[in-house]
Design a protein around this ligand. Structure first.
Ligand SMILES: Cc1cc2nc3c(=O)[nH]c(=O)nc-3n(C[C@H](O)[C@H](O)[C@H](O)COP(=O)(O)OP(=O)(O)OC[C@H]3O[C@@H](n4cnc5c(N)ncnc54)[C@H](O)[C@@H]3O)c2cc1C
Ligand code: SF4
Length: 303
């Protein structure tokens, strides 16, 4: 239970965040607002012809966007040596294809967006986790305020949590006896972390990898990238398909005539995960505030 002071601080933070989000929604999004899914105008499950992480939808959208000149460049995340990753600028279809697949790491992509904006690039797409979507929208708000003609399209990924690369390597070695640096593909599905290596599959429960989760993720309350133009994830779809949430005119335009097979998505699954993530964030926030208050109290008692 939170005490009065903690409750007040949380309330203040909630109000500030709600106002901030409402502004972004008003400026960039279009559709009906759902408490757990955010603003959206369409939601479905889909599979493209691309062999991606799930339905290859993100890559298919980027390829289409580049081919049709909807954007000139895309900021994607590419695997580096071992199980590390970095944000890179894809200038053509080959670059986009080379970045397929999820790297379950927290990668800061918005510094690259700032660089491209500073270079005067006109039409930029960016793929990011919900935390980075928010940062990308801030940059876009500044562009809008300055009446810039630079356009940014934001493709958000569902995200429950990300791992610290070094800690994940250690945990996987201990639990599965293999080196994640050599993994050909990693996947999280139905509560399991799955690693593909030389034709074999190794897996453990995601919950057993708790020690490797980035600390900041415990305070994060957005699962489905609620401020993106299009959000894509695996939850809500059968294996080999992606769940797609369309949230803006820019998102709608990008999806037009995309060659995909469509099905209904299981909305309830996304709602369940979204609620769970919000509850975890709230709990972490309360316990952090309470421990800070106790520490400060102790300091006052000593002096
Ligand atoms: C850290 C993380 C956690 C996730 N957790 C969940 C989850 O809990 N539930 C769920 O349903 N979905 C989750 N996803 C999303 C899911 O794994 C797929 O990325 C999504 O379904 C898109 O699939 P696709 O086949 O369309 O992707 P693809 O067509 O294969 O394209 C993937 C795109 O994602 C980009 N990318 C890869 N890693 C990162 C990264 N770390 N940061 C930013 N961009 C990246 C690549 O550059 C590529 O453009 C997570 C993604 C990330 C990055
Ligand atoms: S859980 Fe939140 S903070 Fe962590 S990587 Fe995902 S979106 Fe970012």
């Amino acid at each position: 239970m939170a005490d009065d002071r903690t409750e007040k601080t949380i309330e203040k933070y909630r109000n500030y965040k709600a106002q901030d989000e409402a502004k972004i929604e008003q400026e960039f999004l279009k559709g009906t607002k759902n408490e757990n899914l955010g603003v959206y105008c369409d939601i479905f499950s889909a599979k493209s012809g691309v062999d991606g992480q799930d339905g290859g939808i993100v890559t298919a959208l980027l390829v289409k966007g580049i081919k049709e000149g909807i954007f000139d460049l895309a900021i994607v995340v590419q695997r580096k040596e071992g199980y590390n990753a970095e944000a890179v600028v894809a200038e053509n279809v080959n670059d986009v294809m080379a970045a397929r697949g999820t790297k379950y790491l927290r990668v800061r992509v918005t510094p690259k967006l700032r660089e491209l904006v500073d270079q005067g690039k006109k039409k930029i797409a960016i793929v990011c986790t919900p935390c980075e979507v928010r940062a990308a929208r801030k940059i876009q708000q500044t562009l809008k305020r300055n009446s810039s003609n630079q356009e940014v399209t934001i493709l958000g990924l569902f995200c429950f949590e990300a791992f610290n690369g070094a800690k994940l390597k250690e945990e996987i070695k201990t639990r599965l006896g293999v080196d994640i640096d050599k993994a050909e593909k990693t996947q999280i599905r139905k509560g399991k972390f799955i690693m593909h290596l030389k034709g074999k599959e190794y897996s453990c429960k995601v919950r057993d990898l708790g020690k490797a989760v980035e600390k900041g993720c415990h305070y994060c309350d957005d699962f489905s990238a609620q401020l993106a133009d299009i959000s894509v994830g695996s939850v809500g779809s059968q294996s080999g398909y992606s769940t797609v949430i369309v949230r803006s005119e820019a998102g709608k335009k990008l999806l037009e005539n995309l060659d995909i097979a469509k099905e209904d998505a299981e909305k309830e699954e996304i709602i369940k995960l979204s609620r769970l993530k919000k509850q975890r964030a709230e709990k972490s926030f309360v316990s952090r505030l309470q421990s800070t208050t106790t520490k400060n109290q102790k300091r006052i008692d000593i002096t």
